[in-house]
Design a protein around this ligand. Structure first.
Ligand SMILES: [Mg+2]
Length: 306
């Protein structure tokens, strides 16, 4: 199987092939960071690509593991960076989808204990999911003497740049109850910052809690299929007529593979062509499923085909 995949992956998309591919696909899913922007800088040509795709009648969705913003704030960011007509329903973030999961799939009765940030809190509030926003903890409080609430039915862990030991310890105590759900927004290990620095991602916090709780979290973000299920159920998208464009092999490309969607790696973000080719040439099945079908230097490569 790996061999069969090997011969197919990492095809360079140019001119006529790109045109044919876009003719075949009705729906384009984009990751955001490293694909259509890097921080506050749009990838050159990205606003035009998104605009042209929509003009050609394609459905466009933005599927991001970045849980730090609520969707309304993404709409503002799109506008600020020159994307003129992106609407909230086209944006699926791991915080929004976590809220949808808790409300519609888990049908949670009780509260969620959240390790997270503003983006997570706002989406939960919007979805009407009750949660505990921790917590300017009482100075000097420890896990031995701090109060715990009795109606916590789920723990959700996402990006939290104010994570502390007490939060982790409380989450761990709630998870002693086997009926308490354990969710993570995503498993992203780290994110690039300017100047070569990095910040740990939600995945690193989830891993700490998984170790302490001796349980595995249900992951909402890519590469889990749930975000695609949200799109497919709301908008009736056929995976065979969709394409996923991303910059990270282990999240975006694996997500596409898991959902039966063709994948394009764009080289404006985290993963490199060399990594993709090494995965393609490897015989390990867990690497083969992270090999993109196609590669472009940037999504601006789409422009001539539009
Ligand atoms: Mg990315």
């Amino acid at each position: 199987m790996a061999g069969a995949l090997s011969s197919r992956g990492c095809r360079r998309l140019r001119g006529a092939q790109l045109k044919d591919l876009l003719k075949e696909k009705h729906c384009v899913l984009f990751d955001c960071d490293g694909v259509i922007w890097n921080g506050e800088k749009p990838v050159a040509g990205a606003p035009e690509v998104v605009n042209m795709l929509k003009k050609r009648g394609k459905s466009v969705f933005f599927v991001t593991n970045n849980c730090t913003r609520p969707r309304e704030s993404y709409v503002q960011k799109f506008l600020r960076l020159g994307f003129k007509d992106v609407v909230q329903s086209e944006i699926l973030s791991s915080s929004y989808c976590s809220a949808i999961y808790l409300r519609d799939v888990a049908k949670l009765q009780g509260k969620v204990y959240v390790i997270g940030c503003d983006g997570v809190h706002k989406e939960l509030r919007e979805a009407g999911v009750q949660f505990i926003e921790d917590d300017a903890a009482v100075p000097g409080a420890t896990i031995s003497d701090c109060p715990l609430e009795s109606d916590v039915r789920a723990v959700l862990v996402g990006y939290d740049d104010e994570l502390n030991f007490l939060k982790l310890a409380k989450a761990c105590c709630y998870l002693r109850n086997p009926d308490c759900l354990f969710l993570a927004t995503d498993r992203d290990p780290w994110h690039p910052l300017r100047g070569g620095r990095v910040t740990p991602g939600s995945g690193s916090l989830a891993a700490a809690l998984e170790t302490a709780a001796e349980r595995k979290a249900t992951v909402i973000g890519k590469p889990s299929r749930f975000m695609f299920q949200c799109i497919a159920s709301q908008f009736g998208v056929d995976p065979r007529r969709a394409i996923m464009v991303g910059d990270r092999l282990e999240t975006d490309i694996l997500f596409g593979w898991s959902c039966g969607v063709d994948t394009v790696l764009t080289l404006t973000g985290v993963s490199t062509l060399e990594q993709a080719q090494a995965y393609r040439d490897s015989l390990a099945p867990e690497k083969a499923i992270c090999v993109p079908d196609y590669v472009v230097d940037s999504i601006a490569d789409f422009l001539p085909a539009l």
